[in-house]
Design a protein around this ligand. Sequence first.
Ligand code: 13P
Length: 235
Amino acid sequence: MIIAANLKTNFTRSKTQAYITEIENFLIKKANTQKVLVFPVASSLIKHTGKLTIGAQNAHPAFNGAFTGEIAQEQLDEFEIKTILIGHSERRHIFGETQEEIVKKFNYYKDLLYKIVYCVGEPLDKREAGHDKMMSYISKQYEGIDTSYKKLIIAYEPVWAIGTGLTPTLKDIEFIHKELKEKSLAPLLYGGSIKVTNAKEVLELKNVDGILVGSAALYAKHFCTMIQFAQDLEK
Ligand code: 13P
């Protein structure tokens, strides 16, 4: 399975290094075979060879240039980063990234054969508008995306579940994942308030190929526990 940590805007470079070392040591010690991805802050990116893979949370779709405040391919190349998170709801809603801009990023990094973790998910008002409206909202986030791209991983993250401690019911997750699998056969992760206490039951669900964890992943031990759950399930 795929177990991913989105560190968002947390940790310094040295804390990130210590975090990565702790996870890497865990994977080696336990001979863990899960696919583990860690997305640090841009200023904490490092070149890492080992069992876990480091990815970028965001990057501009260009090699380099006049894009104040951004990083782009050149800065990722420096650390041999070949994995990127695209379309996270915090980018869509806090920074106002449009589907058009997201598609540009997707296509740019797809052409470079990056592994892309592509995030979709509905805000609360869309969920409350009923199933059909919710699914049509999510469908729009698939527009322009090559859903058969070989290095695509999709993460379903309901916006209202992110950082709130709220989650859909297990039945809901299973149901939505089944529908999303009809749009793409890419591995499908669930994200949104995953903790040590609920990770196992979510990982056990049909059509859940892994998890994308935010706040709970900041505790290396908790993140390792979740990786171990996945290993024990041997899906
Ligand atoms: P939380 O696990 O903090 O809810 O965040 C999930 C997320 O946004 C991962 O990308």
